[in-house]
Design a protein around this ligand. Structure first.
Ligand code: NAP
Ligand code: MG
Length: 484
């Protein structure tokens, strides 16, 4: 299969590849080798209005298409991603440093399933239904969407917005993270290859604080769908609110994994450590607080240490590697900063947290931390790196209180040998997703994902994810309604 070629030093707006006037050049680096793997334009703030205008033209075209056309388009994009699976997987692995097999699974296969799920959801969605008053309730795409995404699971995060937006009939201006724009441009090339009309999907590369900010400050969009940090998300929500535009915010987490006394401790701890260290811990829903019965703490720490020390940190292309580098030197400094402050606070770093041996690349050995107080920074703040905190709880009520004692509420895990108890406890946790006994994301990715509390507003995936992009119109006295 021929490789897709993406024009160099160009963004994609209004169906054209070009370098905006006054753009600077931005070098994209491979975090494992520190080599430059691409150059993209760093669009100036003034460029935002051009991108929004292109998307408005795209919306006129796309919102007039049939649901079946849109569903088929999602399926064609899924097929194109499958055809170019290896190229997209390698590109994404090179951009974020995640092991190639993880990039293929999480950044190609999963988004393909998300696209297909939205083709099916679109076909059965209640676009036009009657209410009990005899009115029609019409759902339609809300308009131009500004999508802003982070670097950690870049393709998945883009498709989780693009698929439902396209299904609804919206057009999209995407500003991907500046560290990982190449996969976004690759998706644009795939959209072009399947004949998506001009202006329906636009990719603006550049800095969040410059062109990202300018997009959010623009008039002419109806929805901003943001995934990223609490700090930036709060600001994006404020600006969108002042425009009465809708903001869907997928923010951070400090997710607990609670192991109850009747659980299999070994399996629970081993699984939690592996889950926490996916993508070198750069995962918003990583279970970063392991809460175990007090009398099992030492045992749990020993098991966690053993798993952490079994990681092979190194070249993402080597099949034996289980952890690649962090995404950037700056991110590694953020993580080591958390660890050294934790130590000053009296915490004990049982293993890891060292810049690994390679002379190139932003590698860090995975860390297990214990002896932390409940009020300490490392117990409360999101680290976004390979760091697991192991803490003791004093039984069911204490464990639930500790789990819920967080400004975040994105995800949680419960481990119990008693299914009825696990189900009951899951309902007491304030989080958008609770996983019981280590269950993985199902093959069909339609269960809603999103945050309670400061982890965000809105949901992604499944029908709830489509609702975010839809406006609702009531038609009273609709002549097409035969029987009232
Ligand atoms: P970030 O700094 O908030 O950046 C996220 C995105 O926002 C990037 O595209 C960034 O562009 C852009 N941005 C920055 N400032 C902006 C502004 N003033 N206006 C508009 N856009 C702006 O987050 P990050 O460090 O890249 O990602 C890590 C965070 O994302 C973590 O907190 C993590 O928990 C969260 N996350 C959440 C989920 C979820 O689904 N809940 C999933 C993954 C990650 P630049 O890259 O150019 O700065
Ligand atoms: Mg940033």
């Amino acid at each position: 299969m021929a490789e897709i070629s993406v024009p160099s030093n160009s963004l994609f707006v209004g169906g054209r590849w070009y370098r905006p006037e006054a753009a600077a050049d931005f070098e994209v680096r491979n975090p494992a080798t520190e080599e430059v793997i691409g150059i993209v334009p760093e669009a100036p703030a003034e460029f935002a209005s051009e991108a929004i205008a292109a998307a408005q033209a795209g919306f006129e075209l796309w919102s007039a298409t049939s649901v079946e056309t849109r569903a088929k388009t999602l399926e064609r994009l899924a097929e194109a991603m499958e055809v170019h699976r290896s190229q997209l997987g390698r590109l994404t692995s090179a951009e974020i440093g995640t092991p190639l097999k993880d990039a293929l699974g999480g950044q190609v296969d999963l988004p393909v399933r998300v696209l297909r799920s939205y083709a099916e959801i679109a076909r059965r969605y209640p676009w036009d239904e009657r209410d009990e008053a005899g009115s029609s309730v019409v759902r339609e795409g809300a308009g131009v969407v500004v999508a802003i995404t982070p670097w950690n699971f870049p393709v998945h995060q883009i498709i989780a917005k693009l698929a439902p937006a396209l299904a609804a009939g919206c057009s999209v201006v995407l500003k991907p993270a500046e560290l990982t724009p190449l996969n976004a441009l690759f998706l644009a090339a795939l959209c072009e290859s399947i004949g998506l009309p001009d202006g329906v999907f636009n990719v603006v590369t550049g800095q969040g604080s410059v062109v990202g900010e300018a997009l959010v400050q623009s008039d002419g969009y109806e929805i901003v769908s943001f995934t990223g940090s609490l700090k930036v998300g709060r600001h994006v929500g404020e600006v969108a609110g002042s425009k009465i535009a809708r903001a869907a915010l997928e923010l951070g987490g400090k997710s607990p994994a609670i192991v109850f006394v009747d659980a299999d401790l070994t399996v629970a701890v081993q699984t939690t450590v592996r889950n926490c260290f996916v993508n070198a811990g750069q995962k918003c829903n990583a279970p970063t607080r392991l809460l175990v019965p007090r009398n099992r703490l030492d045992e749990a720490v020993a098991i966690a240490k053993e798993v952490a020390e079994s990681y092979v940190v190194g070249d993402p292309n080597d099949p034996s590697t289980t952890m690649g580098p962090l995404v950037s030197a700056a991110q590694r400094e953020v993580v080591t900063g958390f660890l050294s402050r934790a130590q000053s606070d009296g915490a004990r770093i049982v293993t890891g947290g060292r810049a690994a041996q390679q002379d190139r690349g932003y590698f860090l050995t995975p860390a297990i931390v214990t002896d932390v107080s409940r009020s300490s920074e490392i117990a409360r703040e999101e680290v976004f790196g390979p760091v697991l905190v192991v803490m003791a709880h004093d039984g069911e009520d204490d464990a639930i209180a500790l789990a819920n004692d967080s400004e975040y509420g994105l995800s949680a895990e419960v481990w119990s040998g008693d299914p009825g108890r696990a189900a009951h406890l899951a309902r007491r946790i304030k989080a958008g997703q609770v996983r019981v006994n280590g269950v993985r994301t199902p093959a069909l990715p339609v269960s809603p994902f999103g945050g309670y509390k400061r982890s965000g507003n809105g949901r992604e995936l499944g029908e709830f994810g489509l609702d975010e992009f839809v406006e609702i119109k009531a038609v009273l006295g609709d002549p097409t309604v035969s029987e009232a």
